[in-house]
Design a protein around this ligand. Structure first.
Ligand SMILES: Cc1cc2nc3c(=O)[nH]c(=O)nc-3n(C[C@H](O)[C@H](O)[C@H](O)COP(=O)(O)OP(=O)(O)OC[C@H]3O[C@@H](n4cnc5c(N)ncnc54)[C@H](O)[C@@H]3O)c2cc1C
Length: 443
């Protein structure tokens, strides 16, 4: 069967961080679910695998295919908005920043999100992208329905109440790693647009650690960054506000979020790469230089900010009660090693959810994310921190670097076996398979 998908570039593909490349046999850009179905059929006829890529913001090779790469740029429409029901249906390749702006124009908003908005909606949800929240989980927990093309070419729609005759599909496919089908559209639960008051305040490590429970219980969205080799932390407390909006001035936004967080930070990362010995002094100075600030703005403008300094990242979800001990162990590890790390460590929380492969599946979770400047070696740092995380049953973010294999993951995800069994049922030939899925799912 021939499709009418647009063909785009046929060259190699590379992720945002530049640490993952792929050379697909062909790249096509379908514009409808029917065209996706036709591409799956023609890949099967040619004995090729198929995957759709998002915006390439995963650090793992989760999106890679040597077969047919479905490119998402023609599958981006907002199909329907139902403010009364609080539901919006959007095609898989729609970038989050487009969705956020379109929702705001209609007086609506996603309830919670991560810290950037360039990912596609399908790419973000398939790996379990999350922000921080006392009561609100990750992006996939806000999904009310999915439209998927299965390996046999069927286009199915599934919700909690109607799983297209495939029990478990809804909880499996919302964080599906692209392993169960090509998502063509997603229905999100949305809420009336709201303002958040952002309160950002520098604090010492010992104060943050002693008030962790208080901060995460008293704030709707609490997170903090620790500057390695220093006592300094930056805390962020975001809570709903009745207004009025008090956005950062254009100058302050440019100074803090563009110039200091991107331009100056990029320069200090380069300096630190040339002379690692200066990194502790830079981090201490950065922690001291950060001023407190408070502003009130539309939710997505508070949740997200531009990230232009390229880095590599590992992130683990640990059981929430283990957070303070795990952070203490990470700090002790720094004392024993001669690492020089310029990137702050980010700490967030989310409540438990019921998605089978969500990092918060069945347990309240805390997230510890570590980064290095993209050209810097990461192996020893990431391995050292990973050993601490796995010691408490930590679950790696599916889109961020880790070394876990199926044997380990089966032990930390109670519904792992159910996911694998459903995949065996609906994709026995591994039409959507790749090397990364062989690593993490065992086949
Ligand atoms: C600067 C930066 C900041 C980040 N911040 C956060 C954060 O705050 N919180 C967080 O949790 N993560 C964060 N991430 C990680 C990122 O959100 C995830 O890796 C996400 O999956 C990337 O989405 P994407 O659109 O780039 O998808 P890709 O990385 O291109 O793909 C991700 C997966 O989705 C699959 N996929 C894409 N489209 C489809 C489809 N239509 N059907 C089926 N499968 C599909 C791909 O095959 C692949 O398996 C960040 C990453 C970067 C680089």
């Amino acid at each position: 069967m021939r499709s009418h998908s647009g063909s785009s570039d046929h060259g190699p593909w590379q992720n945002w961080a530049g640490n993952v490349t792929a050379s697909p046999a062909r790249t096509v850009a379908p514009a409808t679910a029917e065209q996706v179905s036709a591409e799956v059929a023609s890949a099967a006829a040619d004995g090729l695998t198929v995957r759709m890529t998002g915006s390439g913001h995963s650090f793992t090779p989760v999106a890679v295919t040597s077969g047919v790469r479905l490119e998402p740029s023609r599958l981006t429409a907002i199909r329907s908005v139902d403010p009364a029901a609080g539901l919006v249906t959007v095609e898989a390749g729609c970038p989050l920043h487009v969705l956020n702006a379109q929702l705001l124009a209609r007086g609506l908003s996603l309830a919670n999100m991560g810290d950037i908005q360039v990912q596609t909606v399908a790419g973000a949800t398939q790996t379990g992208t999350h922000g921080t929240g006392r009561d609100l989980g990750g992006m996939a927990a806000q999904v009310a329905g999915l439209e998927l093309v299965l390996a046999d070419g069927r286009i199915v729609r599934c919700t909690a109440d109607d799983e297209a005759g495939l029990p478990g599909l809804f909880n499996a496919a919302r964080v599906g790693l692209g392993a169960l089908g090509i998502v063509t559209a997603i229905t999100f639960k949305v809420v009336p647009a709201f303002l958040l008051e952002a309160r950002e305040e520098p604090m010492t490590w010992s104060e943050v650690l002693s008030r962790l429970d208080e901060f995460s219980a008293d704030n709707e969205h609490f997170e903090f960054y620790w500057f390695p080799h220093s006592e300094g932390c930056l805390t962020k407390r975001n809570n709903r506000s009745d207004g009025p909006a008090r956005p950062l001035s254009r100058w302050r936004h440019w100074l803090d979020d563009e110039f200091l967080s991107n331009t100056v930070f990029n320069a200090t990362c380069r300096l630190g790469q040339l002379s690692p010995a200066v990194i502790p002094a830079i981090n201490s100075a950065a922690a001291r230089a950060l001023g407190a600030r408070t502003y009130v703005d539309a939710a997505y403008k508070v949740f997200t900010s531009p990230r232009r300094v390229r880095f590599k990242e590992e992130e683990y979800a640990v059981p929430r009660p283990a957070l303070a001990d795990v952070l203490g162990e990470v700090r002790s590890l720094f004392k024993r090693k001669d690492w020089r790390i310029s990137f702050p460590i980010e700490v967030r929380v989310t409540p438990s959810d019921d998605l089978w492969l969500s990092t918060a599946s069945g347990r309240d979770s805390a997230y510890i994310a570590i980064h290095v400047f993209h050209p810097s070696p990461h192996e020893e740092y990431f391995a050292g921190v990973e050993a601490i995380m796995t010691g408490v049953g930590g679950r790696p973010h599916w889109g961020k670097m880790h070394t876990r294999t199926a044997d380990y993951l089966a032990g930390v995800y109670p519904r792992f076996g159910d996911f694998v069994a459903l995949r065996d049922q609906i994709d026995p030939e591994r039409r959507f398979g790749n090397e990364y899925l062989r690593q993490v799912l065992g086949d």
